[in-house]
Design a protein around this ligand. Structure first.
Ligand SMILES: [Zn+2]
Length: 440
């Protein structure tokens, strides 16, 4: 039934194509958020939809629904915090093998990489989802089901992403689909928190086997197509001094006071950066230090996150931050009455490059066309995902939805519901086939 709707949509695309004659242009930034597919890419997706083997694969995704859900529960119940993804990785590698891939390995850093050779093999296209969740090893990750809703930390972000990757493979194997390009089915480590994209950085490191383009599965609603990477810089800052008695040593430099000055200075000057231009943010997320109410602390620390849609703005807000740190240090040291001066230790704990992808690239256009084929209006946006890294290297990348509905992600009350979740898997399959070129 759903397939019939799909096929009607695909046929109607062929009709729409007649109405498009020129490369679309975005009149304003607001318009740019509305996605338009150029005719040739809509035609590619429509042609795929007319292929009987592709139809069999799309249909199989629907048939697989109960299996897809049991796969999801299985993988969700294996904890996978950043830097401790190995159990989930081993299991995911097995799942790929059992789904039909013979060439599956775990690389030096812990990424699961399964290669499905193409008939030509001159290009390599990756379909990837991150293995890690934000939750520590001790978190109870048992899936609890209430009606249609499944609750468990990490069930949506990104256990479901992994299952989308797996199910696309299952569907291709079932229908015997061959592609010209090699396809890598990947479960990568280190997307969340202090993982700092280490998995994806490793896959795109210098000297690695080249990946020509990558489709990342991570994110909610099926309409979302992430074409830009929100970059971030993250720091742990520590002001250090000798410390002492609050009464007896009064007049010595105080690390907490220096930290307070730094935050105040940064907050005042950062607004000039965030108020205009590409969206930029900053946040002091955690702070601490000190031994007791009546002691001058020997250290004061904070963790800071800055983000922007462009690298230029990210560098700008970072510069403002660095200035505030030094100015606060100088002020606190200058105003002390006696004792050693404070020092500030600046640790960079995260770097995600910001980069905007090309909305007219073949990959993005195929993603738009495949989404439209299901009569879903795509929304193009920037977000912080594994795509940031390839985009910053000029390699085509797009982040697509894991499908279904979910909520409370990054919280212990995370839930996911299979509301037409198969559609996102079908969209993923079509984008992958268009990009890797279905072999004749
Ligand atoms: Zn995620």
């Amino acid at each position: 039934m759903k397939i019939c709707i799909l096929m009607t949509a695909l046929v109607s695309i062929s009709l729409w194509i007649a109405f498009f004659s020129q490369r679309p242009a975005f009149a304003s930034e607001e318009d740019a958020r509305q996605a338009i597919a150029a005719p040739q890419y809509q035609a590619n997706i429509a042609t795929l939809g007319e292929n009987l083997s592709v139809q069999a694969a799309l249909e199989h995704i629907l048939t697989l629904e109960p299996r897809t859900l049991s796969d999801l529960i299985e993988i969700t119940e294996i904890p996978a915090p950043p830097f401790a993804e190995e159990h989930r990785a081993a299991h995911f590698a097995d799942m790929l093998r059992r789904a039909g891939l013979s060439d599956v390995s775990i690389d030096d850093i812990g990424n699961v990489v399964g290669r499905r050779p193409g008939t030509v093999g001159d290009r390599t296209i990756a379909l990837s989802a991150h293995l890690d969740t934000v939750f520590p090893l001790t978190t109870d990750v048992t899936v609890r089901t209430e009606g249609q809703r499944h609750f468990a930390p990490g069930i949506g972000d990104n256990s479901r992403g992994l299952i989308v990757v797996l199910t696309v493979l299952r569907a291709m194997e079932h229908a015997g689909l061959k592609t010209e390009a090699d396809i890598l089915f990947i479960g990568n480590v280190g997307e969340e928190g202090l993982g700092d994209l280490r998995g994806i950085k490793h896959l795109f490191r210098q000297g690695a086997e080249p990946i020509d383009s990558i489709i990342v599965v991570d994110g909610g609603s099926a309409s979302r197509i992430v074409t830009g990477g929100v970059g971030s810089h993250r720091y742990r800052i520590t002001y250090r001094g000798p410390g002492g008695h609050s009464w007896g040593a009064f007049g010595m430099a105080n690390p907490h006071h220096a930290l307070g000055r730094a935050i105040s200075l940064f907050d005042q000057t950062a607004l000039a950066v965030t108020r205009e231009g590409p969206r930029t943010s900053y946040n002091i997320g955690r702070m601490g230090g000190g031994t007791s109410i009546n002691s001058i602390p020997f250290e004061s620390w904070m963790e800071v996150d800055m983000r922007s849609e462009t690298q230029e703005k990210l560098d700008e807000i970072d510069a403002v931050f660095q200035l505030a740190l030094q100015q606060a240090l100088e002020e606190e040291n200058r105003e002390r009455e006696y004792g050693p001066s404070l020092e500030v230790v600046i640790e960079r704990v995260g770097t995600r490059p910001a980069a905007q992808g090309d909305r007219y690239s073949q990959l993005v256009q195929h993603a738009i066309a495949a989404t439209l084929a299901f009569e879903i209006e795509p929304v193009l946006l920037s977000s912080s995902t594994d795509s940031n890294l390839p985009l910053s290297l000029g390699i085509p990348a797009v982040t697509i939805s894991r499908g279904g509905q979910g909520g409370n992600s990054h919280s212990p009350y995370e839930w996911w519901e299979n509301a037409d979740g198969h559609v996102s898997i079908q969209i993923g399959l079509l984008i992958l086939l268009a990009e890797a070129i279905l072999a004749k």
